[in-house]
Design a protein around this ligand. Sequence first.
Ligand code: PLP
Length: 349
Amino acid sequence: MIRIVEPVFSEEEKRAVLEIIESHQITRGEWTKRFQEEFARFVGTDHCFTVCSGTVALFIALRALGVDRRDKVVVPAMSFMATIDSVYLACGEPVVVDVDEYYTMDLNQLEDAVKKFKPKVVMPVHLYGGMADMEGIMELSERYGFYVVEDAAQAHGAELKGRKAGAWGHVGAFSFYASKNVPMGEGGALTTNDPEIAKKIRQWIDFGDHPAFNVRITEFQAAIGTLQLRKLPQRNERRREIAKTYSGRLEGIFELPKERPDSYHVYHLYTLRHPEREKVLERLKEKGVDARVYYTYLLHELRGSEHLPTPNAEKFRKEVFSIPVHPYLSDEEVDLICGTLTEFSHLVR
Ligand SMILES: Cc1ncc(COP(=O)(O)O)c(C=O)c1O
């Protein structure tokens, strides 16, 4: 089976884990500090705080920005459910808008939603590893006065106009779940340049002026994350190389993922579209390829949330599927996947 995700660890991660055991410093040690410093430097922000998951990172971001008592938070229709659930957990009220051709928050609809609902926070998602229109969103933020939290759970190292995901909004939120481009097993982080917001975030992490959860990661996670982060640039390059091969060979057969101009897509997922998706998935399965649909739901359907019309998302959700794009695919595996998909196109024509 060609797996859709494949976290790969080497001797250095094993050595680090053993050293941590032998040192007895298994939490709150040097690795956690090192990871926070290296991740902040990598993203290009002054601060980085690790937490136990991406969901918790989103929750803390919203609370740190003052979301409470049904403050409105705008989210896009297509994402993993944690995006919208974090809003409910933070006692906010989500408003869902449509996505654009890049599967990220539609800017025109965002402006309509902002005028109508006056949100405290807007939460774009860099879905599948492709950047949302952060330039446009930050312009609207200045004009209308809302905060921006980037859900960068799938976008470690993605860039727009040379600036990285997590360095555009007031806060960036990341996940280091096992399948992510930087895997720790479980984990998350918040990034920000704003010292006041950093102070608020810290109170959710270090037991401050109000009740808070313990959201720490262990030294094991921090060490694995640090070592994985150092390999990220070359791994993202390999993902992009595979994506380029797919897009070259599958053009004209499928609706391919688009890269926003001046952006660096990190292909957490390579997601394409076909109206006969189920047949494609069946064929791939027969050939031993693990292809999947992320996600079958639209966010406002999950909990019956307020939403604007979402015609793009409704069309896309019926057609999207993702094929393996992890950096450890061999050229032969990529070739087999391309072959299966091009062969399929002859069958349905
Ligand atoms: C877009 C998005 N947001 C939030 C999350 C939540 O992260 P976690 O699973 O670490 O809680 C994930 C991933 O799992 C995600 O893909």
